[in-house]
Design a protein around this ligand. Structure first.
Ligand code: FAD
Length: 817
């Protein structure tokens, strides 16, 4: 029981006093929100935080996570001076080791990406590693990379410092105060119930670590995470080690090594992990440990010790096992719940909660108080998750793989190996028989490419041309020359209906949806700062009925965005029809002839103009056909009631033989759209990019009655300045190199941005990329097109041509054919 009395009301209630809850409290008070109450079931740090290893390494997979890590390092450096509470920070730096040439390539690409976000790193030789870490065996190394500003901290002390800073500015922290329920009213969180009474609040933040799933359930909010065993060991004292030895990150051995009070700490990220607490995390688990399983871990330990062979002959003082929570995709869960207003989550830190805790608190505090995140954090947004991911078996099986991912090879196009086959469209078996190599998106098994007869539909990963390169080339050529069939049933299909449906959608869409029924409209949804929250097509099927189609992984987000913008009392409903319809996308110059062969309906230029829709008959079946293209060709998307899908598919395949039709996968969709410079959300456009910067201002109807959310911010940007950054398409001059994403872009030798997405443009004959070019004085057309550009690929630069108009079919003649 806490001795203080709980207040009846607070502006913000935070559940959980680990590093994340304390960081959120710290940052809220820093932004001036002092009426903050933090409720901790046990004592501060009693969950996972107390036993963390405290590594602060800054290089992460994504821009957002790298920025959070960098911010955390900077913050922790100043916390002691600010609060008087020591943090145990040691500026020891870190070294990442690469055993293989592939890992070295990945790391080289990584440090160039990190440089774009202010992280300093240098490639060093194995000899230099020996000099810095004399006990390390470097004989098997290909390369190494030194991060001079990386550090380590004492996680409990950092947390206490954050808590102290928060308290100094007015936050109240209640230990031994367990939250037993979340108070809700009218679709909003309005407080928390504890064993000591209720605290009403305007905003509730779930920072309950591995209990966050249970706390989410109290509010009906899914927080799909699962705890797993996580290990490190501490040796007996080793005379040669000292605190300033850099942290060694050794992905080839799934391990990290650092000094700990004259001993060596060796931590493990084994590739096959063991979930823990699968029937729920015990309520009374505090400052807890899990009995270590020596037998399971010994092979990993022995392998990892070879990096510092002295360990093999030094005693082990402690083999520690503690639980940490992991998520299905190894990214955190942050942001406002899709289905409960004013209920925020910050949990699922995948063993990165210390190094990202400062940044996470900063982002959350802004998100909570301003209603949106201060930067693009889609990769960690809770709304990328789907309700089905709260499935116990799925979480158990996927987390076995997640724990080790950070230390494995991050190949381009790498697919999850576990918990597959969650969702299969009705055509799945037919596509498999046609050679589909499936990838996963939002649980759907989707064809990424098709194997030739005799070829195994499996990836061989690498940084060069992977084994499906020529398959992709052939599919690409078929769409440019004849016709391709893409199975895209995973796309989310949301029906928005009612007397106020037009009003609701027109307020959130940049384009004017007051079009005649039968018209398809390409549009974005913006936040109040003009950032792009969604990129989609909306078809007006009837005066009061709209079909909203969006990418599978955005389903929860777009659904929530629309629902949350339906004013109280409005006559407007949203119904998710995703599973009711299959979708086949027929694209290419021969698509008209092909459809004409299976349907008596009129598919002519005049009879079925671009961006229109109508019902068509294919055999005995009826489908909704939308004339649209994301690949830059003549084509139609067919939305087919699921039970009709197989016969329609069979008819198309049969007729397709005479028209050179090929099955095409998502990699081909991507390589085609890159040539046409069609943007991809969230890679090329996202919540921190405006349509003006992204070259999408043409979708904005500035004059429509009632305007649209984000319009004022865009007008201000348009009137006061040239955009300081613009999305530009690049084509490499050399046909050989490949570009993936995050590669730095140089203009006249100066770094001006980085690649947001890229694919090989088989028609244009070289890699094609999209990326933002920035200039503090503004990016005029002249500025963009007059530069000489290079893209940095690992250790070399490749010259590229820049274009503000699509390099493929700039006049749109093929789409409008
Ligand atoms: C062995 C190990 C080593 C690690 N090393 C590192 C590292 O080197 N670097 C790094 O960045 N990360 C590391 N981590 C991960 C890091 O410890 C976590 O990501 C981080 O501590 C998570 O912080 P949190 O605040 O989300 O969770 P927690 O610290 O678990 O805090 C959640 C709090 O919520 C409280 N709570 C739960 N339910 C309720 C309730 N109903 N009411 C009130 N309170 C409640 C709990 O008591 C707990 O104190 C490591 C983890 C492990 C296990």
């Amino acid at each position: 029981m806490s001795e203080k009395t709980l207040p009846a009301h607070a502006r913000v209630v935070i559940v959980g006093g680990g590093i994340i809850g304390c960081s959120v409290a710290y940052h809220l008070t820093k932004l001036g929100c002092r009426d903050v109450v933090l409720l901790e079931r046990a004592q501060l740090t009693a969950g996972t935080t107390w036993h963390a290893a405290g590594l602060l390494t800054s290089l992460r997979d994504t821009e957002a996570q790298t920025k959070l890590a960098k911010y955390s390092q900077d913050l922790y450096r100043s916390l002691e001076a600010e609060t008087g509470q020591a943090t145990g920070l040691v500026g020891c730096g870190s070294i990442q080791l690469a055993k293989t040439a592939d890992k070295a390539e990945e790391m080289r690409r990584g440090i160039h990406m990190a440089a774009c976000f202010g992280v300093e790193a240098h490639e060093i030789s194995p000899v230099e590693v020996s000099r810095m870490w004399p006990l390390a065996d470097v004989t098997d190394l290909t390369a190494a990379f030194y991060f001079p500003h990386d550090a380590r901290v004492n996680p409990a002390d950092v947390t206490q410092a954050l808590a102290k800073g928060a308290r100094q500015r007015g936050a109240q922290i209640f230990e031994n105060t367990r939250v037993t329920g979340i108070l809700t009213q009218g679709g909003r969180a309005v407080g928390a119930r504890t064993e000591q009474g209720e605290v009403r609040a305007e905003l509730v933040v779930n920072c309950a670590g591995m209990w966050a799933r249970a706390v989410g359930r109290m509010a009906g909010v899914n927080v799909p995470l699962q705890a797993a065993e996580h290990y490190y060991l501490i040796s007996e004292p080793v005379p040669e080690v000292h605190p300033l030895l850099p942290i060694l990150r050794d992905p080839g051995n799934c391990a990290y090594i650092r000094e700990e009070a004259g001993k060596i700490m060796l931590g493990l990220f084994e590739p096959v992990a063991r979930p823990w607490g699968t029937n729920g995390i015990p309520e009374d688990f505090r400052f807890g440990e899990i009995p270590p399983d020596w037998e399971r871990m010994y092979p990993y330990i022995e392998q990892a010790m070879r990096r510092v062979p002295r360990l093999l002959s030094t005693g082990i003082k402690l083999l520690f096992c503690g639980p940490e929570s992991f998520t299905p995709d190894h990214n955190y869960l942050m942001g406002e719940a899709p289905n409960l207003a004013n209920f925020f989550v910050a949990a699922g830190f995948n063993s990165l909660g210390i190094l990202s805790g400062g940044g996470a608190g900063f982002v959350m505090a802004h998100w909570i108080l301003d209603g949106r995140a201060p930067m693009d954090v889609w990769s960690v947004n809770l709304r990328r998750m789907h309700p089905w991911q709260d499935n116990n078996r799925y979480l158990h099986d996927r987390i076995v793989e997640t724990l080790g991912i950070g230390y494995q090879d991050h190949w381009p196009f790498r697919q999850a190996a576990t918990a597959r086959g969650v969702k299969k469209g009705v055509l799945h078996d037919r596509l498999a028989a046609a050679g589909a190599c499936f990838g996963e998106s939002a649980g759907w098994e989707r064809p990424n490419w098709y194997a030739r007869p005799g070829q195994r539909p499996e990836y061989t990963y690498g940084w060069g041309r992977q084994n499906w390169f020529s398959n992709n080339a052939e599919e690409h050529a078929a769409v440019r020359g004849q016709v391709g069939i893409f199975e895209q049933s995973s796309f989310a299909k949301l029906m928005v209906q009612g007397r106020d449906a037009l009003y609701v959608l027109n307020r959130i869409a940049t384009a004017n949806l007051d079009v005649p029924p039968g018209r398809c409209v390409y549009t974005q949804f913006l936040n109040t700062a003009g950032g792009i929250e969604a990129d989609l097509t909306i078809t007006r099927l009837a005066p009061e009925r709209f079909l909203v189609v969006t990418a599978a992984f955005t389903q929860t987000h777009v659904d929530a965005w629309i629902r949350n913008h339906i004013p109280e009392g409005a006559h407007c409903t949203l119904c998710d029809l995703t599973d009711a319809y299959a979708m086949l996308n027929i694209q290419g110059p021969a698509s008209r002839a092909l459809l004409q062969a299976v349907s008596a309906d009129d598919f002519s230029t005049q009879g079925f103009p671009f961006a229109t829709c109508r019902e068509v008959h294919v055999g005995y079946q009826t489908a909704l056909a939308l004339r649209l293209s994301y690949v830059g060709e003549l084509g139609w998307e067919l939305y087919i009631p699921t039970s009709f899908a197989q016969p329609v598919y069979d008819a198309l395949i049969d007729a397709g033989k005479a028209h050179g039709m090929r099955h095409c996968g998502y990699h081909t969709l991507n390589s085609l759209r890159m040539e046409k410079a069609y943007r991809d959300w969230p890679h090329d456009i996202g919540p921190a990019d405006t349509p003006l910067e992204a070259g999408l201002a043409f979708t904005c109807d500035w004059r429509k009655a009632g305007g649209f959310i984000g319009r004022e911010a865009l007008l201000a940007q348009r009137e006061t300045e040239l955009p300081r950054r613009r999305l530009v398409q690049f084509l490499l001059d050399d046909p050989e190199p490949l570009v993936y994403h995050n590669e730095p872009i140089y203009r006249d030798g100066e770094r001006v941005g980085f690649v947001t997405s890229a694919m090989y443009g088989h028609h244009l004959g070289a890699a094609v990329a999209l990326g933002y070019v920035s200039n503090a004085e503004g990016c005029s057309d002249e500025y963009v097109t007059s530069g000489r550009y290079d893209i940095e690929l690992a250790a070399q630069r490749a010259s590229a041509r820049a274009s503000l108009v699509p390099l493929y079919d700039p006049k749109n003649l093929r789409v409008l054919a």
